[in-house]
Design a protein around this ligand. Structure first.
Ligand code: ATP
Length: 366
């Protein structure tokens, strides 16, 4: 595999002195679907715009297809961009919206026609080629915007929140279409979203950013199972992780939860927590690894606790149980077949799936 897009120590300082992106490093392989994700203002659009050439790179290098392109004009970068606000030309038909960028680049008309028809077929737009944008649904318009990028046949597609103008249902189906499109084109995608669910469903690798800094770069599964720090742990996953303060006992056998319960550490945890004897740590548990069924309780006798139920949300296959352990809030995801009859449930953690974080550095202890 060859790297398509390489960012090395890329920084962005805006003219007013605001440092929006710090030391961004990544090697994006050909055909990857990279999703830049993070809360508003974290620097994800700035990063994408630097790759596109719409924003100057303050320091560091950007290579596309093996060439340094820091100073290349956007049109010379072998990229095509799809924006949130897809701004189709209202007076042009779907066909001409897609053909336009090739026409102004003086492509041969036969070639233009072939490319537009191919893109229209891929996107299911053939029946709409003679329509104007206002005669299309939101999803169809979004597909035309993607079509304008496809006809350029770029090395890299850059997409900035392309689905955020669509309603929830349409977003779901467009997500599926984008995944299929990515597979079909076998091109490299760099995609910006603030929506972690979109990131988890689309990405081959996710980049989580906060305050201009990359927090972690990992596959969705790695990011979900092994968040690098407390920020990523709280950002990725619905419902968010449960956090609890507590102390590792002097013999490094137990985590003493702030509520007073003692949870037996697994062998692996005892190994990695060696330096934390008698010290405070933050425990993090996913709602899906809290169990209330008899078999799990029998299997995990040293990590049981009383879960006081405040309320439950029925979500079909499972319930979300909102409750407390002592004073600490906790959310558990419990199969609907495990009926919730009492105000207080006997529950247990699967300790193998529990993470501990350093109080000072906020990094996962490993
Ligand atoms: P959003 O999801 O809200 O679009 P984002 O993560 O894409 O957020 P950016 O647009 O990359 O964020 O902006 C990152 C930071 O840089 C923000 O704090 C923003 O206010 C700042 N910023 C953006 N453009 C400029 C500019 N031209 N001059 C100064 N600061 C800017």
């Amino acid at each position: 595999m060859s790297a398509d897009v390489v960012l090395t120590d890329v920084n962005k300082v805006y003219p007013n002195g605001f440092h929006a992106v710090y030391d961004f490093n990544i090697e994006i392989q050909k055909g990857e679907f990279i999703v830049l994700c993070g809360p508003s203002g974290c620097g994800k659009s700035t990063t994408l715009r630097m790759i596109a050439g719409l924003e100057e790179i303050s320091s560091g290098t950007l290579e596309i297809n093996g060439k340094k392109v820091n100073n290349a004009a956007p049109k010379d970068r072998d990229i095509a961009m799809v924006f949130q606000n897809y701004a189709l030309y209202a007076h042009m038909t779907v066909y001409h919206n897609m053909a336009f960028s090739l026409t102004i680049r003086k492509y041969d008309p036969v070639e233009i026609h072939a490319r537009v028809m191919k893109a229209a077929e891929i996107l299911g737009l053939v029946p709409y080629l003679n329509r104007k944008p206002k005669q299309l649904s939101g999803g169809q318009r979004q597909r035309v915007a993607v079509g304008r990028a496809i006809v350029r046949d770029p090395v890299v597609f850059l997409l900035d929140e392309p689905l955020s103008n669509l309603d929830a249902k349409l977003r779901g189906s467009m997500r599926k279409e984008l995944m299929q499109l990515h597979e079909r084109l076998n091109a490299t995608f760099v995609y910006v979203t603030h929506d972690q669910i979109e990131a988890l469903t689309l990405a081959s690798r996710i980049v989580v950013m906060k305050d201009g800094y990359v927090q972690q770069i990992a596959t969705p599964k790695e990011m979900f199972d092994k968040p690098e720090n407390l920020f990523v742990a709280g950002f990725i996953g619905t419902p968010p992780m449960n956090f609890a303060n507590g102390v590792i006992d002097d013999n490094v056998e137990y985590f003493e939860h702030i509520s007073g319960i003692k949870l037996k550490l697994s062998e692996h945890q005892q190994e990695i927590l060696g330096n934390y004897a008698g010290k405070p740590v933050i425990m993090a548990s996913r709602a899906e690894y809290i169990f209330v069924d008899d078999a799990s309780l029998a299997k995990n006798p040293n990590s049981t606790f009383d879960l006081k139920v405040d309320y439950t949300e029925f979500l079909g296959a499972y319930n979300l149980v909102y409750g407390t352990i002592g004073e600490e809030n906790v959310i558990a995801k419990v199969y609907s077949r495990d009926e919730i009859k009492a105000d207080t449930l006997k529950a247990c953690f699967d300790m193998e799936k529990i993470h501990f974080f350093d109080v000072e550095t906020t990094k996962r202890i490993r």
